[in-house]
Design a binder for this molecule. Structure first.
Ligand code: HEM
Length: 496
């Protein structure tokens, strides 16, 4: 007890010193919109209350930014986070900073120094090795697997034809994207459904909730205090479940590599061997131990976190939107009919570039429902934005949700779901108007992969099935991602 009191006293003293030390920074940001503050916690009390409230707050903040044309400051105790959505500011910030704020460390036990969370020193080394693992020719070499997996998923969806509304995300899309990522990015060919159990999905979702809960409760920020909580113990249990899966995947791949050594079976179309993300890591491990087994496990979890959830939830939002807007679904179907001429052949790389309307549907969905609604950067030096000077030590919240719905950027119909805005002369003029994959030096490296996989799935899906939904009942919530609080129900019928 005495130790605890002493620790608390230390926290109070450290806070007091930080508060005094950061007084000039506070003065610099004093003119920017913010919520009212309390001692110690800053604005944090405005965000405590769960995912629905968080979504409401970020919508509110986006509206303030829209009206004032200024960044909005959230005070995490003495630390300012400037929420920005102005494209010019986004370009300045994302090109100037690649460091992430301290709260990315909360995911250390889960993803360690994997690409998403790595401090800048580690990230600079690893991105050189891993940055090109999802380039056009590598993604192209995955096309067969994308087809096989998409077909399998659509066949399973057919079982729901004529039935009640069902949870398409948890029942089908999560498994589809996870298996596909395991077979491609992680190169594990023999993957079975037993890997993606309900226990795994529940543990994954709970980790995200717990990390989010910690992020918005400043008293859980100091690690030594957090480690005393029941949340911490639960987090460790959930991480163990998720790590079991990644360990299994790595072990399987190591065994397969042994067997493959003599036959060069993974080849690109021009005959060069292709290496999966996991193979590159294992090669480095075998050659010079530059990635230890533990680091490999963290990178694998990073790819699963970064890729699996974002793709499956985007596909869910797409099905929800086209299921509610038959004229959009019809246009999508017509485009696929034109490309595939009524056949059931596989989707080729060439087909993907012809799917202009499909691409517009995907981008429009990501504009309005970005799975990563806000991502963060840390200012390791002071910087001038369009409207204000930002001190060193501040962080930025790059607001993909707000930017995607901004009337100043997208026009008065910004809240209307209209894929046509991505076609021809209507395409958005500003390169940083669309932030779903983030922008600049530390943006998503899986964009090409995600687009190819989603297009392939949609081609197989709309050619075989008609989707129906009640998107008018969609209610959103936020944790680390943008989620549907109203569930993931859709219905399907056979195309006739
Ligand atoms: C619709 C699909 C996707 C969306 C919307 C998306 C979005 C994002 C965003 C916003 C970031 C930046 C996060 C931050 O700065 O904190 C990011 C980073 C990243 N994404 Fe994606 N992502 C998608 C799919 C994928 C896929 C399929 C993969 C891999 C298979 C992937 C791998 C990564 C990695 C490794 C990073 C970290 C990059 C770095 O820090 O250098 N993503 N993604």
């Amino acid at each position: 007890m005495v130790t605890l009191l002493l620790l608390l006293l230390l926290v109070v003293i450290a806070y007091g010193l930080t508060y005094v030390y950061r007084r000039p920074a506070r003065a610099l940001l004093a003119g920017l919109p913010t919520y009212s503050q309390l001692p110690f916690i800053g604005n944090m009390h405005w965000f405590m209350g769960g995912g629905r409230l968080l979504y409401e707050r970020f919508s509110e903040i986006s509206e303030v930014i829209e009206k004032t044309k200024l960044p909005f400051v959230i005070w995490i105790g003495p630390y300012p986070v400037l929420v920005i959505s102005d494209p010019e500011d986004v370009i300045i910030v994302t090109n100037s900073f690649v460091e992430k704020p301290y709260f990315y460390n909360f995911a250390q036990n889960w993803v360690g120094n994997g690409l998403i969370t790595a401090p800048v020193k580690v990230w600079k080394q690893n991105i050189k090795i891993l940055g090109s693992t999802f380039n056009t020719s590598v993604v192209g070499s995955y096309q067969n697997i994308f087809n096989v997996q998409a077909r399998r998923c659509v066949e399973k969806l057919k079982k729901e034809v004529g039935g009640e509304p069902f949870d398409v995300l948890n029942k089908y899309l999560t498994l589809f994207t996870l298996e596909t990522i395991c077979q491609t990015a992680l190169g594990v060919l023999d993957i079975s459904e037993s890997i993606v159990t309900n226990e795994y999905c529940d543990a994954f979702n709970r980790i995200v909730e717990l990390l989010n809960g910690r992020g918005f409760n400043i008293f859980k920020h100091p690690t030594f205090l957090y480690q005393l909580t029941t949340d911490y113990r639960e987090l460790q249990k959930c991480i163990a479940v998720v790590h079991n899966v990644s360990e299994l995947v790595i072990t399987k791949r190591m065994r397969e590599r042994e067997m493959e050594k003599e036959n060069a079976k993974n080849e690109t179309s021009d005959g060069r061997p292709i290496k999966s993300f996991l193979d590159i890591l294992l090669d480095h491990n075998e050659a010079n131990l530059s990635f230890t087994e533990k680091e490999i496990k963290f990178e694998v979890n990073t790819i699963i976190v970064g890729g699996q959830e974002a793709v499956s939830i985007t596909l869910f939002y797409i099905l929800l939107m086209i299921g509610y807007k038959p004229h959009i679904q019809k246009k999508l179907y017509d485009e696929m009919q034109e490309i595939f001429g009524g056949t059931k052949r596989s989707v080729t790389k060439g087909d993907l570039s012809q799917m202009k309307y499909c691409e517009a549907v995907i981008l429009e969905t990501l504009r309005m429902y970005p799975p990563v609604p806000v991502s963060f950067r840390y200012a390791d030096k002071a910087i001038q934005l369009k409207s204000c000077r930002v001190p060193e030590g501040a962080s930025f919240g790059i607001n993909a949700l707000g930017a995607g719905r901004s009337r100043r950027i997208w026009g008065p119909d910004a809240l209307e779901y209209r894929p046509e805005r991505w076609l021809g002369a209507e395409r958005p003029g500003h390169p940083a108007a669309f932030l779903a994959f983030n922008y600049g030096r530390r943006a998503c490296i899986g964009k090409k992969y995600a687009m190819a996989l989603m297009k392939t799935f949609l081609a197989h899906c709309v050619l075989e099935l008609e989707v129906h939904s009640r998107a008018d009942q969609l209610r959103l919530k936020m944790d680390l991602g943008l989620k549907a609080a109203s569930g993931h129900l859709i219905q399907v019928g056979l195309r006739t």
